[in-house]
Design a protein around this ligand. Sequence first.
Ligand SMILES: [Zn+2]
Length: 189
Amino acid sequence: MEGGKPIGENVVAAVTKTLDKLYKEPLAQLEALINATGLPVYKDPKTGALLWVDVRELRLRFTLSVNKIAKFVEGLAEGKLFYTQCKRCGAKYFPPQADCPKCKSSDMEWREVTPEGELLTWTVINVKPASFSYHGDYVVGIVRMADGFNITAWVEADPKTLRPGMKMRLVVGRRPGENYITYWFRPQI
Ligand SMILES: [Zn+2]
């Protein structure tokens, strides 16, 4: 894995700091705009469309229980990706499921994902959610894994070089920007 340290508790503080820094400049511009015109409205430089910027800050913070999929989180910290397989009916799940939706069994086995697959399809994201706005355009792809299920994740590649069926390698590490451990694909060389 890349630059692996155990999952830290200061992730929230780091994200908050990054977002605060990121929005400092646009917020200052917004304030100047409101002072000058009395309205938080500006013209989109690309389309000329009038845009209203809501001045109320909306922050979402949520907590999800990962207790039943603790193995998945621990695996990420070790640079490994795990899926679950139902011991009763054999169904495989990624993201891992603690209970089998097919046969309702909770007798699941944790298995490490074989980090290879073939690119099925992909798209370039150029209109980004605010939390990813500091990234350049990025590629999201669906890869058919050697283990027989699909994984949707970012693809680190120039989209012009991508072809369906291309061999992909799964990477687990800290992605620049968020700095927390996640997984993505790279073309296999
Ligand atoms: Zn099952």
